[in-house]
Ligand binder design. Sequence first.
Ligand SMILES: *Cc1c(COP(=O)(O)O)cnc(C)c1O
Length: 496
Amino acid sequence: MNLLYKSTRSNDVEVTASQAILKGLADDGGLFVPESLPALEADMDTLAGMSYQETAYEVMRQFLTDFTEEELKDCIAKAYDEKFDTKEIAPLVKKDEAYYLELFHGKTIAFKDMALSILPHLLTTSSKKNQVKNEIVILTATSGDTGKAALAGFADVPGTKIIVFYPKNGVSPIQEKQMVTQKGANTFVVGIHGNFDDAQTGVKKMFGDKELAAQMDKAGYQFSSANSINIGRLVPQVVYYVYAYAKMYANGEVAKGEKINVVVPTGNFGNILAAYYAKNMGVPIDKLICASNDNKVLYDFFRTGTYDRNREFILTTSPSMDILISSNLERLIYKIAGADAAKDVTLMQNLAAEGKYEITDEMKAQLKDFYGNYANEKETAEEIAEVYKKTGYIMDTHTAVASRVYRKYVAETGDQTKTVIASTASPYKFTRSVMDALDAEKYKGMGDFELVDALSKLSGVKVPQAIEEIRTAPVLHKNVVETEDMPKIVKQFLNI
Ligand SMILES: *Cc1c(COP(=O)(O)O)cnc(C)c1O
C-alpha cells in the first residue's frame, strides 16, 4: 500500500514519504502527517526475535512506502552500526521497578542520534528518488542535542551542507563544546543572542522566505530541515518503542498483549508523539506520560486544554526540554481535531498571534491516553541522588525529570502497570548538573573534565568516546549573532 502524507494546515496537499522528508515543513507552514497510521503487520512473536535493524525495517517500511526494500535496508545498515557502542542499539535497563530505555548509545550520547544517524541517508536517498539537482542545506535550531547529532550525522555527507543555530547561553558547556568543535567542511555552527524559541522562530522564518528560496535555488541550493518536525526523524523514533515492547515480551517481563506505560521527558513533543504513533499502530501501550521541567506548558495544556506560551522562559538543568512552543504537538492537535486542517489553522493562528489557544471539550476528551506532570529543579536533582543511592544507577537530568514524574504519577494513581522510561541522554552530557545533584559541595570548583573522570569513578561506566573526543579538540566555530542577522550569516556561509 502506498502511504501518502498530508499537511496539518491544508486538505489538498498530498506528497510521498520521500517528498515529505525532503521538504521537512509543508509550504503552508504545516507539518506532514501520514494520511492514516498503519497497523503493525508483524505480530509480537515475530518482533520478539528481531534485531534492532530488523525491527527498524519492519516498522519503517510501513511508513516510507516509496522506498524500495534495498534503499531502506541500506539506510538502516548505514545508520545503526558500530557508531553505537552496543549491539542492542537501545538497551532496556531495569532499575528500581522501572525500565529505562537507554536511547543514548549513539555517537553524540543523546537520543537524537536514534533518528539523526539515519536522517542523512533517508534524505540523500529521497533526493535521488526525486531527481533533486540542488545541494541540500540543512537548517537547524537546537536546544543543545539536535545540533550535535545533526552535525555528526551530516558531516561530510556528499550533496549536503548543515547550518546549526543554538542559544549561546542556553546549552550545557559540554553540549556547546561538542558543537563548536565539529569538523567537516560542510558544517557551520552559530550561537545566537536569544533562547531556543528565538532560534527556532528564526529558522522557521527562513524556511518561509520565498525570496531567500529563490536566491538559494539560483545558487544551486535548497533548504531542508533536520528538526524533529521532519517525518524522517519521527518515523525512526517509532521503532524503539516497538523494539522495547518486543524485548520485554521476549524476556518474559510482560505477557502477550499486557499493556505498559511509557514516560517521556518532553520538549518539542517529538519523542512522545512517536510513542503515541507506536500505540496507534497496535503496540500495547496504555498511558503516555508526558514529563516536563519548569517550562511546564505541556503539563498545563493536558490539565486545562489551554496551550499558553505567555510565560517566563526558564533556563533549567535539562536544557533540551527548555521549550515553550512544542512544534510536534501540532500533529496531535490535528489528529484530535478529526484531521480537520481548518481547525488546526485557527488554533495555530491563535498561537502565533496571542501565544495561546484553547481546544474544545470534544478534542480534550481524546487526550485520555496522556498524563502530564513536571519536576522542578530541586525534584530533578533529588531524583538523580535518590536513584543513585538506591541502585547505583546514575541518570542524566532529562531522564531524571521523567523518572520523578513517573513517581508522582504512581503516587497519584496507584497504577502498577509496568513502565518504560525513555532515557534520553547519557549523564556524561550533563556532568556538572549531575554531579551537583549527587554532592554539590564536594564537586564545587572542579573543571568539566575533572567532573567527567569523577563521574566515571562513581558510576563505573567508561567515559564515552563522544566525551573523550572533545577533551582536546580545537574550537572551529566562533560566530555569535543577533537573531535578526540569522539570514545574513546563512548567505555569507553559502556565498550568495
Ligand atoms: C531533545 C531531547 C528531549 C526532548 O525530546 P522532544 O522530542 O523534543 O520532546 C529530551 N531529552 C533530551 C536529552 C533531548 O535531547
